[in-house]
Design a binder for this molecule. Structure first.
Ligand code: NAP
Ligand code: ZN
Length: 391
């Protein structure tokens, strides 16, 4: 059997109301907690108040760092760490979508390691153990509550780039995964973030770094998303369906924590930073085409994937069944109202070439992909996803 490693040091609480454990869990690490949130949703939905009450009951003082923007910048993380140091916080709590959760991880790093933040981008560059991190997701998609990644935006004169800080030291100590917090998500964010979770599961499943345990989690996550995401879109208050979607997002996060992602994520970052598409929606544009590109290297897995996506594969050859996976992905994306391309934006040839050239310079983005991609391959995939061109 294949040799593998599976590492997940995060204590997970899952269930309606587990947000109330914030106080008791934070108290294990100290008496003052920095709570990192987004612009306004945590306040509006009452999630922040729940954390505040729970911390108070446990005798933990709350220091608030709010206003983290989508795709958080290195600067934002540096400002959060200044506040954490000034107030002598002993634990950092991320409350929100992937953006505040990732910012919380970077804040925890910069509270014990000197600025600037860019020196920690890449792999295993953190020297001192960060402050303990507790994550409370309010979107169902990124799985950041169980990953060793923080995705941060580096803003330079030439433009913004999404970069990843990867380090086992930033695995959260605790994840409080509470489906009630996702009830307030509007349809478009539910769909975008759900597609992000789907993408994590599929990418992790076919990645070169895939392994037996993460494969189990990935297929389960995919089945749950196919079944329950459309239900949530029809009835946003369906707490049972919301719970399964959040559970699937958690499983998919556990998958990428082990396997990493493939070209979908690698190629999607520029679509987000240059065209402003939310992270999950950018992945959705690329997912069918990156999968199609990899089909020949993974017939067995794509055939199983097709079945998990609810496609009829009985009596089909392995190759035919595998092709059905692409159809299954497209069907689900359509059902969720995802755009099929960005044809209306008239994206230029030079822009696509520039994106593709950047990917070719980053060996990490290419190495985990089952089929080795050339510059021309990447250009072709971008053209399909962005301009709807079929060559
Ligand atoms: P997000 O950027 O965190 O949030 C998107 C929007 O959703 C914000 O406007 C936010 O409002 C709103 N929102 C969040 N929770 C809500 C709720 N319960 N009700 C109503 N509105 C709510 O989106 P995300 O997709 O969760 O995170 C994306 C980021 O995560 C990207 O930077 C991506 O690269 C990163 N990511 C990280 C990992 C990882 O492993 N670390 C994996 C995948 C993606 P407020 O600002 O007002 O809160
Ligand atoms: Zn993602």
């Amino acid at each position: 059997m294949q040799e593998f490693e599976f590492y997940l040091p995060t204590k997970i609480y899952f269930g309606e109301g587990v947000i109330k454990k914030a106080g008791q869990e934070a108290r294990r690490f100290g008496q003052r907690a920095l709570v990192v949130t987004g612009k306004s949703s945590a306040k509006k939905t009452g999630a922040l108040q729940k954390v505040e009450i729970s911390l108070k009951e446990a005798g933990v003082e709350m220091v608030l760092f709010e206003g983290v923007e989508p795709n958080p910048s290195l600067k934002t993380a540096e400002s959060g760490a200044e506040l954490a140091k000034e107030k002598r916080c002993q634990v950092v709590i991320g409350l929100g979508g992937g953006s505040p959760m990732d910012a919380a991880k970077a804040v925890a790093v910069l509270s014990t390691n000197p600025a600037p933040a860019d020196q920690y981008l890449g792999r295993n560059r953190v020297k001192e153990p960060p402050l303990p991190i507790i994550e409370i997701p309010t979107t169902a998609g990124t799985g950041s509550e169980v990953t060793p990644y923080a995705v941060l935006t580096e803003i330079k004169k030439e433009g913004s780039r999404k970069k990843i800080l990867t380090d086992h030291l930033i695995f959260p100590k605790v994840a409080l995964v509470d489906p009630e917090l996702t009830l307030s998500l509007p349809g478009s964010i539910t769909a975008d973030t759900g597609v992000d979770a789907l993408s994590h599961a599929i990418e992790g499943y076919i990645a070169n770094n895939s392994q037996p345990i993460s494969d189990l989690l990935a297929l389960k996550a995919i089945k749950l998303l196919v079944h329950h995401l459309p239900k949530v879109m029809d009835n946003p208050e369906d707490i049972k369906a919301r719970s399964y979607v959040l559970y699937a997002s958690l499983l998919a996060g556990m998958v990428i924590a082990q396997t990493g992602t493939i070209l979908v994520h690698g190629m999607g970052y520029r679509i987000t930073s240059d065209f402003g598409l939310p992270h999950g929606r950018a992945n959705g544009l690329l997912l069918p085409w990156v999968c199609e590109f990899n089909l020949t290297e993974r017939y067995d897995k794509f055939a199983l994937l097709a079945e998990s996506l609810g496609e009829e594969v009985k009596n089909l050859s392995k190759e035919e069944a595998a092709k059905k996976a692409i159809r299954g992905i497209q069907r689900l994306l359509r059902e969720l109202g995802m755009p099929e391309n960005l044809k209306d934006r008239k994206i230029k040839e030079e822009t696509i070439r520039e994106f593709a050239e950047e990917i070719m310079q980053d060996e990490r983005k290419l190495a985990n992909n089952p089929r080795r991609a050339t510059l021309e391959d990447i250009i072709k995939i971008y053209k399909r996803a962005l301009r709807g061109e079929i060559s």
